[in-house]
Design a protein around this ligand. Structure first.
Ligand code: PBG
Length: 324
């Protein structure tokens, strides 16, 4: 049927009709808020490159967690900024590290909030790479042991879920094994399965103080040109026991989100990363974009592409608008 018998505009006539035919919806339950936890007391230090975000000390992060939960956001993901960094990132599995303490404090105060932890070495190594350096390169197999130790220490502290983000080969099974051996068979793994070597992580590296001191991450993160490889990465992680698979970043990779969702039907998370947040904030500061509309359109597009959950620095703002 064609014009003039059929007119697409009939179903766009008013707000109520548009609401009836809307195919995708967004709710606070779709959102996960990343939070940065640091050492010290009474710290709430603004992150210059990410307006509205802070490094929190443990005593201050619990108030934030309470606010997040009150907005009906189901989960946070924690990133740690340790007091000491060394070559092998040993504070990553310090039972008294900022992340481990924050997990306990949050689960104490807001038990219903799901606490996910980012499992990676880059915030803990003096060189800023995601693992142990051998011959000027990140050594895969020795890094796995550290990642497994880090994940276990988070789960021992009470983390509900762990999210390895390093892109080493075999890390999902290394973590699954160590969790199972220690009686944590029911703790899920959200794997950063297809993580691309992206320019959009820039602001995060200031936030987490994790910029590589030499070279870059292209030897372990994915080439932005590749789709089939992303699908293979996801398949491997599923075979190793990942419960949720993540695509990261989100906006420049919505095609990958869709393909992964269609191919496997697994729960898919998409990470709307720091650069995707900061570029909207910067444009809004200049008066070039309407913040609320730009933010909601971006989040909706990620959902429409097939994501079941979205890690986003906009989580609180969006949840407020969605009536969280
Ligand atoms: C690595 C990690 C990174 C991000 C999440 N986990 C940075 C990187 O790979 O360099 C980026 C998140 C963002 O940009 O918002 N631990």
């Amino acid at each position: 049927m064609r014009y003039p018998v059929y007119r697409m505009r009939r179903l766009r006539k008013n707000q109520t009709i548009r609401r009836m035919v809307r195919e995708t919806s967004l709710t606070p339950s779709d959102l996960i808020l990343p939070l940065f936890v640091t050492y010290g007391k009474d710290v709430k230090k603004p992150i210059g490159s990410m307006p509205g975000h802070f490094q929190f000390s443990v005593d201050r992060i619990v108030d934030e967690a309470e606010e997040v939960s009150a907005l009906h956001i189901p989960a946070v993901i924690l990133f740690g900024i340790p007091e000491h960094k060394d070559n092998i990132g040993s504070s990553a599995f310090d039972p008294n590290g900022p992340v481990q303490q924050a997990i306990k404090a949050i689960k104490d105060r807001v038990p219903e909030l799901v606490v996910i932890t980012d499992v990676c070495m880059c915030e803990y190594t003096s060189h800023g790479h995601c693992g142990i350096i051998k011959d000027n390169d990140v050594d895969n197999d020795s890094t796995l042991e550290l990642l497994a130790k880090e994940a276990l220490s988070h789960v021992r502290a009470g983390a509900d879920m762990v999210a390895p983000s390093d892109m080493m080969d075999g890390r999902v099974s290394a973590i699954r094994n160590v969790l199972d051996e220690n009686g944590f068979e029911y703790v899920p793994i959200m794997s950063y399965a297809a993580k691309f070597a992206s320019a959009f992580y820039g602001p995060f590296r200031e936030a987490a103080e994790s910029t590589p001191q030499f070279g870059d991450r292209r030897g372990y993160q994915m080439d932005p040109a590749n789709t089939d490889e992303a699908v293979r990465e996801v398949l491997l992680d599923i075979e190793e026991g990942a419960d949720i698979v993540m695509v990261k970043p989100a906006l420049p990779y919505l095609d990958i989100v869709r393909r992964v969702k269609d191919e496997y039907g697994y729960p898919v998370a998409a990470y709307n990363v720091s650069g995707e947040y900061s570029m909207i904030k910067a444009a809004v500061e200049k008066g070039w974009l309407d913040e609320e509309r730009a933010m909601m359109e971006v989040l909706l597009s990620i959902k429409r592409a097939g994501a079941d959950m979205i890690l986003t620095y906009f989580a609180k703002d969006a949840a407020r608008i969605l009536g969280g």
